[in-house]
Ligand binder design. Structure first.
Ligand code: IMP
Length: 422
């Protein structure tokens, strides 16, 4: 088995869906290793424009097995709706598999998340509201329900009692109401279990088979390093590890089989949700990037916060992920700009930072920019690196120099074909 991990090097929404869809042509299996329906992987291919929330982005490649791994949290209604939508457009989901150890997202998690955000009173994280944080918190507290439990009514009955017992104070329920509300979900969950049964698998034998058959695996991360639970801008983070280490635990892949880590870099910065974004531009530049790049959240529709490329974040991501190739996306969005700026360091009264420091330093950070001339020419129809305008190549060279990582591909438009393979 040789696994390639595709990770985000910024705040998420780097264009990983397109990169995975593109690279999946050479993969025999695609594994999503963390996150849930908070993801919004946008993919444009011959089947049209898709926003996948749970389904691994390899589903459009016939014959590629697509596993939603153990490290994910799954809203079954959302998953079933996504499967039905794909099938109604003639896209087979026969290759889909769901780990029997993945966690199930339940309705009370969404209510708990709302209460938790209220509790922060002005310091909200700006989550996607999909119950992701409470699902991971419940898993760690060992009150969670795994996908395999959906196939066992008596286990499910007991687990619902326990779970609603745990959350009844949060939900404002007495013991009898909590039991009643928990058991009221039983029917829907059993039904979801029956519909998902053909797809629910024990991933351990799958991994054994991949090792035995030297399978080419693509591992798909969600979000980016700045939203990583441990390494991101805590507490404005998601509740799992989108960095490459998460691929091992969440996907069940032994580290020595990871042969390649591709870091996806959007050619500028975007973020949805709250928290520090040092290069955010709330003026004309940010607005131009948002409009030209169509920067609105794929899951929530929220306008994304936009700004110049932040190479401190990307450098930090490359370090923590062991990135050995960069996939630079949305280069074409910069086509019309006269001049570009790139943040290469942060400066604060305490000193300078080449890597992202801990959250307490964030309020004091000033980006240090270098300026580069724009190319002011369309790049969308270019398929070879050497055909790019010299200014665009200089922009790409600066990213590679500053991160010490070579270029693997450049995306110059949303469709699968708008790609320069290096
Ligand atoms: P959660 O993952 O819904 O708990 O949200 C935590 C943080 O991650 C918030 O700032 C969200 O806006 C952000 N986030 C979650 N999923 C995505 C995504 O797919 N793209 C961009 N940001 C996301």
């Amino acid at each position: 088995m040789a696994a390639t991990v595709v990770v985000g090097t910024q705040w998420g929404d780097e264009g990983k869906g397109k990169v995975v869809d593109y690279l999946a042509s050479r993969a025999e299996a695609v594994v999503r290793f963390q996150g849930g329906a908070n993801a919004g992987h946008t993919i444009v291919n011959d089947h049209g424009e898709w926003r996948l929330h749970l389904m691994p982005s390899g589903i459009f490649r016939p014959g590629v097995l697509c596993l939603l791994g153990t490290g994910t949290v799954v809203d079954t209604a959302s998953l079933l709706a996504e499967m039905a939508d794909l099938e109604s457009h003639g896209i087979s989901v026969a290759g889909f598999r769901l780990s029997d150890r993945a966690q199930v997202v339940l309705p009370p998690f969404l209510q708990v998340e709302e209460r938790e955000e209220e509790l922060r009173g002005g310091g909200e994280i700006g989550t996607t509201g999909r119950g992701i944080g409470p699902a991971y918190a419940t898993k760690a507290a060992r009150f969670g329900i795994q996908a395999g439990d959906l196939l066992d009514e008596s286990r499910l009955r007991e687990a619902l009692d326990l779970l609603f017992g745990r959350y009844r104070a949060w939900l404002g329920l007495d013991a009898a109401e909590a039991k009643h509300q928990g058991q009221a979900l039983l029917g829907d969950l059993i039904d979801a279990g029956q519909r998902l049964a053909p797809y629910i698998v024990d991933p351990a034998p799958l991994v054994a088979g991949w090792i035995a058959n030297d399978t080419a695996l693509l591992m798909e991360g969600q979000l980016g390093v700045m939203r990583d639970l441990d390494w991101g801008i805590y507490p404005f983070v998601t509740s799992s590890n989108p960095t490459a280490g998460g691929a091992c635990s969440g996907g069940g892949i032994p580290p020595r089989f990871i042969k390649q880590v591709t870091g996806v870099v959007k050619a500028y910065t975007t973020a949805v949700g709250a928290g520090p974004v040092p290069t955010e531009d709330v003026g004309a530049v940010g607005q131009a990037l948002r409009e030209r790049g169509g920067e609105y959240g794929a899951t929530t529709g929220r306008p994304r916060r936009c700004g110049w490329l932040d190479l401190v974040a990307v450098r930090y991501a490359c370090l923590l992920n062991g990135t050995d190739g960069l996939a630079i996306t949305k280069l074409d969005v910069l086509d019309e700009l006269e001049e570009l700026q790139v943040c290469v360091r942060y400066r604060s009264p305490e000193g300078e930072y080449d890597l992202v420091p801990q959250a307490r330093h964030f309020g004091k950070l000033e980006p240090v920019y270098v300026r580069l001339p724009g190319w002011r020419r369309p790049t969308r129809d270019i398929r070879k690196l050497e055909d790019l305008p010299a200014e665009a190549r200089a922009y790409l060279d600066l990213i590679c120099e500053q991160t010490g990582v070579p270029l693997a591909l450049v995306s110059v438009g949303p469709h699968r074909d708008y790609t320069i393979h290096v």
